[in-house]
Ligand binder design. Structure first.
Ligand SMILES: [Fe+2]
Length: 160
């Protein structure tokens, strides 16, 4: 068991924000990988659009660090690394005609993980009354939810 270092809700929030920063950096890289793997120009556009949004999300997280007077840094995010690893492995196994479907399903997994991460952050941040930070995190959450919906609809259309 590693030494316990998170003593207060503030310590926990700081650590979770550091993890979220890694999550978004991983998301940026994953979207790049997936955009390179798909055949459909429409799906590639969707990934590229969310890459642009992800850069805004990273800026929102940086602003959250600043508002909370936390030192900005990153912490390990094995979950997002795992999602990317699984996507790469499935793409490798899949025939070219299946890759659009695989990429959409993998991106959906990433978005759902991000949604859960933001929900886990927003609830305590709202409880502590940090309205400005809550708004930044909610903006990120809404983009993830919107992207998730777009991915779901695109997948539905793809498979008929
Ligand atoms: Fe994101």
């Amino acid at each position: 068991m590693p030494k316990q270092t998170l003593e207060s809700p503030q310590d926990l929030l700081h650590f979770q924000l550091r993890t979220a920063m890694t999550m978004e950096n991983d998301s940026l890289a994953a979207l790049q990988e997936l955009a390179g793997a798909v055949k459909s120009a429409e799906i590639r556009k969707l990934f590229k659009h969310h890459q642009d949004e992800t850069k805004e999300q990273i800026a929102n997280l940086q602003e959250a660090f600043r508002l909370l007077e936390f030192k900005e840094s990153t912490a390990p995010s094995p979950s997002t690394k795992g999602i990317s690893k699984q996507a790469a492995s499935l793409l490798e196994r899949s025939a070219p005609k299946l890759r659009d479907q695989v990429a959409l399903a993998s991106a959906l997994g990433n978005e759902h993980y991000e949604i859960s991460a933001y929900e886990g952050l927003i609830i305590p941040v709202a409880a502590m009354g940090a309205t400005d930070v809550e708004q930044l995190l909610r903006a990120n959450l809404e983009q993830e939810q919107h992207t998730s919906e777009e991915l779901r609809k695109t997948l539905q259309t793809l498979v008929g």
